[in-house]
Design a protein around this ligand. Structure first.
Ligand code: SER
Length: 881
């Protein structure tokens, strides 16, 4: 067998199955089109509706073939510890939906393995499900020796995606890496825990529908679902036993080597593990961000954050200084960009997101260290750090266990790893309960009603790009989600037509409203949606008569509403273009909402947009509107569109034919929405707000045309009211408001001065009344002065001093809001006579549960207990009189 690169194996596989009649399809996004799944974790995920016969493959093909990008993180803590575990991998698959089955599959699997890859037949071993004699016979007839066949039970050779639903026995193909690789036991066999027999191809014969009671109901069609781990087969073809020694991953390990100056497999096991982790995690992160996932604290965003942080932490462990992830991203784009153009197109975004996370995590890392240092304070050599603390560090601060262990080891402290494992297990339980992960759940929660309708009546013809109304036939009716034959006056339900001018909510554009009427009935359409691709469902209230399946109808949208939607939708494209022009090409639409009265546009960006940038965005957007550019729409192939540089959006799935909305060449986006024919129809766009809606995620809200005018009019009306109140013309209002505010400030400070002068008068009175003679013979004022600040108390002392001559002193106490305050002060002459302000405050402050101090001439204190003020003064009297 000859060395093959990963790219060569991928291409050989896809073209082999293409040659057999399978349709080569692109990998689907890592964000699955399935709410029960967090991330795409197997090749079959995008084909679920085909297995369930809710969708059908073109007759021209016998099946499909893909190289699917997958992310699985259930074993994240094992990644790096060996050469096998990966969070990101590519799965080479071929899938049959009732057209070919076991016989063909086994023959092709053997042919591909032996004749295309050149694997020696005597190194191949096959397993079959325990009672699957048919597959056993098929392998035998293909010339596989009895000694290379074995039967395995449910755990190994029966593949289920969940407790119920389609499932079937599988046959796995193993490659014997030789006795030196494995456990060395003479009875070592495929299925053994060791690495000798490497399973590289899983062929599932999806022929049953598992029932609630555990029984297996045969499916009318028998299907094929196979998955070959590309990294595993690459290891075989490249004569290595670890995924990390294959071309792509070894290249990434090399990036870590040159950044850290360490050499893989010649230092510590910990360094090797770190090099492996970053190589793996940087791939998951790159692909996840390219598909529109951003780091966050929940769902798939959290998975991404964990992967990024683990990689960043490992980088620190290797001694890499400063941000480094961009080196990995660049390498991945270089070696995988040909097969996955989305990582090339989103390179700037990926770099921005990883850079930002590195910066943010730096701060968390510091906080985590403080937390750990606090936990370690008071511990001594030989002590054990609680696993709970290690878990908090792991969970809240993102510290992998081994990093905590390493820091602790420096102090001679061990970590309670058993307790840590218990905490981890509890967290996993919680996570398991919260989200159904991976392929296990792939078949659940799929309601076939809508796909059943689509299957029966075919796709709805959309007439709404150039018509506001059209004649149609009612082809299906629904009430409470179930099919019905009629809907009567007063009832709410849904109507499906064979053709419609109604736009179903999609790509952020809200659904149309309007009426559907016919002989003897009228229904008001309150919303339009597409629960199944290709099918338009009108949500209605029947206002008159009764509508039945099969009748002729006339469907008409609310035209003025649609026109407003159209303007807002085109405005989002112009804003998208303007944001990219002003902020840079990394700006990418992450979501939008286009309603008649407003639009919302979410985009990936790493910092707040400044006022000046926002003004510029608005200015150039309006320039494009006023330049009156024609807007054209046309259909083309996805490949063609990509070549022309058309902006494709995240997570959207395009068929082979895509629709391009082209605004005179300056903005070209793939979009199925309804648009103006000329940018001038938008009239005006006005940005109302810009804010953060998540890390790296910003949101702009804007209005156009009449709503923009209404917005500006409302602002103008406010200005007029303000001007009227100020008694000036509107354009003078700002100047007047500023000068009035100045005046007000001046008046306030004058008022304050007057108040202080009045208070000084009061202090004079208090001083005159409270003055007494100290034991040492100088006059002293000991008094309570409430509702004054600390600075006013000091002013009061100035008043006392001016009243009582050269040698005098005071002890003043009071309550300001809830806070007690104390002040003691004396002239130099009083101090010479024995007065000590600091000592007095020290002695009396405990009465107000306070503390303070100062010099012999002046000392102050604040406290907690206002009820003790009089006690404090009594104590002062005791000391001084
Ligand atoms: N679905 C099977 C797996 O994930 C085969 O593709 O292993």
């Amino acid at each position: 067998m000859q060395y093959m690169t990963t790219a060569e194996i991928r291409e050989a596989y896809l073209s082999y199955f293409e040659g057999k009649g399978c349709k080569r399809m692109p990998s689907s996004s890592l964000i699955p089109d399935d709410p029960s799944l967090l991330l795409t974790s197997a090749g079959m995920v995008q084909f679920k509706p085909y297995f369930l016969q809710q969708k059908h493959l073109d007759d021209a093909y016998i099946g499909t073939t893909t190289s699917q990008k997958c992310v699985r993180t259930n074993d994240i803590d094992l990644i790096g510890t060996d050469g096998r575990h990966l969070s990101f991998f590519e799965m080479l698959g071929n899938f049959s939906f009732g057209r070919y089955f076991k016989k063909e599959m086994c023959a092709w699997a053997l042919d591909f393995s032996v004749n295309v890859l050149g694997l020696p037949k005597d190194k191949l071993y096959m397993t079959v499900f325990e009672d699957d004699d048919e597959t056993w016979e098929i392998w035998r007839n293909l010339g596989v020796e009895e000694s290379h066949l074995s039967r395995l039970g449910e755990d190994d050779n029966f593949w289920r995606a969940g407790p119920t639903g389609p499932c079937g026995p599988c046959s796995e193909i193993y490659y014997d890496q030789g006795p030196e690789v494995g456990c060395g036991r003479p009875d070592c066999h495929p299925g053994c825990d060791c690495d000798r027999f490497l399973e590289y191809w899983n062929c599932v014969f999806t022929q049953y529908d598992g029932q609630e009671d555990g029984s297996l109901k045969p499916l009318p069609h028998k299907n094929i679902d196979t998955g070959m781990g590309l990294e595993r087969i690459a290891a075989i073809m490249q004569g290595v036993t670890s995924n990390f020694d294959t071309d792509i991953l070894r290249g990434l390990v090399g990036v870590g080597e040159s950044l850290s100056g360490k050499t893989y497999e010649s230092g510590t096991e910990q360094d090797d593990a770190a090099l492996r982790v970053i190589a793996d995690h940087s791939r998951s992160a790159t692909f996840m961000i390219a598909d529109g996932i951003l780091p966050s604290n929940e769902g798939r965003g959290y998975v991404l954050r964990r992967l990024l942080r683990r990689a960043i932490m490992k980088g620190q462990l290797l001694g890499i200084e400063g941000p480094f992830m961009h080196h990995y991203v660049d390498k991945i784009v270089e070696v995988m960009g040909d097969e996955y153009p989305e990582i090339v197109e989103n390179r700037e975004l990926i770099l921005g997101v990883v850079g930002n996370e590195e910066e943010r995590f730096g701060a968390t890392l510091r906080q985590g260290r403080v937390y750990l240092e606090q936990a370690l304070a008071g511990m001594k050599e030989g002590d054990v750090l609680s696993g709970d603390v290690a878990f908090t560090l792991h969970d809240t601060y993102g510290f992998p266990l081994e990093v905590t262990q390493e820091i602790c080891a420096d102090e001679g402290i061990a970590v309670d790893t058993d307790e840590f494992a218990r905490c981890m297990e509890q967290q996993k339980e919680r996570a398991r309960a919260a989200t159904q992960d991976d392929a296990e759940a792939a078949w659940s929660t799929y309601d076939g009603t809508m796909s059943g309708i689509l299957e029966e009546v075919g796709a709805t013809v959309f007439e709404g790009y150039d018509k506001n109304e059209c004649a149609a036939t009612v082809v299906a009716l629904l009430k409470d989600g179930a099919r019905v034959d009629a809907l009567a006056a007063g009832e709410e339900g849904a109507i499906v037509l064979d053709r419609t001018p109604f736009y179903a909510e999609m790509g952020g554009q809200i659904g149309d409203t309007g009426t559907i009427e016919g002989e003897g009935f009228r229904a008001r359409v309150t919303d339009t949606k597409s629960p199944e691709k290709g099918l338009t469902v009108h949500y209605v209230t029947v206002e008159e008569g009764s509508v039945t399946v099969g009748v002729a109808a006339h469907a008409a949208i609310e035209v003025l509403r649609r026109e407003r939607i159209r303007r807002n939708h085109s405005a989002t494209h112009i804003l998208h273009w303007a944001l990219r022009t002003v902020l840079g090409d990394h700006v990418k639409q992450a979501g939008s909402y286009v309603a008649p009265d407003r639009l919302r546009f979410d985009f990936a960006h790493f910092e707040a947009v400044t006022r000046a940038q926002l003004d510029e965005v608005e200015r150039i957007a309006n320039e494009k509107i006023m330049e009156a550019h024609p807007v054209a729409t046309y259909e083309t192939s996805l490949e063609e569109a990509r070549e022309q540089g058309v902006t494709a959006l995240f997570g959207e799935k395009y068929g082979d034919v895509v629709r391009v909305v082209d605004m005179d060449g300056f903005s070209r986006e793939l979009c199925g929405g309804t648009h103006v024919r000329n940018t001038a129809e938008i009239g005006l766009v006005k940005i109302e707000s810009e804010q953060s809606v998540g890390s790296n995620l910003r949101r702009i809200e804007a209005v156009t045309s009449f709503d923009a005018l209404a917005y500006l009019n409302a602002e103008e009306a406010e200005l007029r009211t303000l001007a009227a109140a100020l008694g000036v013309r509107p354009l003078e209002a700002a100047g007047r408001a500023i000068s009035d505010a100045e005046k007000l400030k001046q008046m306030e400070s004058e008022a304050k001065r007057a108040k202080e002068a009045a208070a000084a008068g009061d202090f004079k009175k208090i001083a005159a009344e409270a003055v007494t003679t100290s034991a040492a013979g100088y006059p002293v004022v000991i008094a309570r002065v409430d509702n004054v600040s600390a600075s006013a108390l000091r002013n009061a002392w100035d008043v006392v001093r001016s009243q009582c001559g050269d040698a005098c002193a005071c002890v003043l106490a009071g309550r300001n809001a809830d806070k007690p305050l104390l002040l003691a002060a004396g002239t130099d002459a009083a101090v010479a006579a024995g007065f000590n302000a600091g000592a007095i405050i020290k002695a009396i402050a405990p009465a107000i549960q306070g503390g303070g101090g100062g010099k012999p001439t002046m000392a102050q204190a604040g406290g907690k207990n206002a009820a003790g003020i009089d006690d404090a003064l009594a104590k002062a009297r005791e000391i001084l009189l």
